[in-house]
Design a protein around this ligand. Structure first.
Ligand code: ZN
Length: 95
């Protein structure tokens, strides 16, 4: 019988966690860029739409061992998107 309790509590996009962590790390090392919630969210969403998802069953530790895309490849997208958001801030809370 179908378990109707299946929900997002059971799976996660690993790359979502990686992008959030890498954006936070990059912006704290580069304080010249706006790090308001609006700009950070823009950069995260743009980056997530450019890289493949990597869904795993939550708590399946073995899945963490490999990555479909490298950190440096993700950072390349992040740097590009931060420049775009800087030039045309759409959701900035400080403007
Ligand atoms: Zn901003």
């Amino acid at each position: 019988m179908l378990n109707t309790n299946i929900s997002h509590n059971y799976f996660v996009n690993l790359n979502e966690q990686r992008v959030v962590a890498l954006v936070k790390r990059y912006l704290s090392a580069n304080p010249q860029y706006c790090s308001c919630a609006g700009c950070v969210t823009d950069v995260i969403v743009m980056t997530l739409n450019q890289i493949p998802p990597h869904y795993i069953v939550k708590d399946s530790a073995a899945e963490y061992a490999y990555q479909k895309i490298s950190d440096s490849e993700i950072i390349r997208h992040i740097v590009n998107n931060i420049e775009i958001v800087k030039k045309e801030p759409k959701n900035c809370l400080r403007k």
